[in-house]
Write a protein of this length. Sequence first.
Length: 147
Amino acid sequence: MSSIIIDKPSIPTWLKPVECEKNKPKKLWELHLIIPSDKDSVFGRRVLNTVPESGLFSERVKMTIWTSSSSPGDFSIDTDVDGERSTGSIDMVVHIFGSAIRFDPMTCIGEENVDGTCYEGGWTMPCMSPKTCGCEGLSGTFSLSEL
């Protein structure tokens, strides 16, 4: 016959509950787009709530749109903003719905400024009518500024 010896553990085997660290509130970032045109430039602006210090983000927002001849706040358009923020750079895809450019998203690539409070860069999108137009596509500038 064999016997089993059970030793008393020298350290407790139960785990202490994990104390949750207070979540840091995420900083808000404001996206500005400039869509140049021969007649009137178009501007877009919206605050984004989901931009992390680094990593992926995705958000659907109502972007405020106006032109050189109208004032901000006249109307807003549903817009998807998906991207990745990393040290020194940001890559985003901005897809505006309910407009002439709704079929093709804007690809935005920007660099961080010296103090880390703003990303600036350019966006591009393919030609909207390649069969009839044949242009190189559209391009413009954007900025993403910390509020």
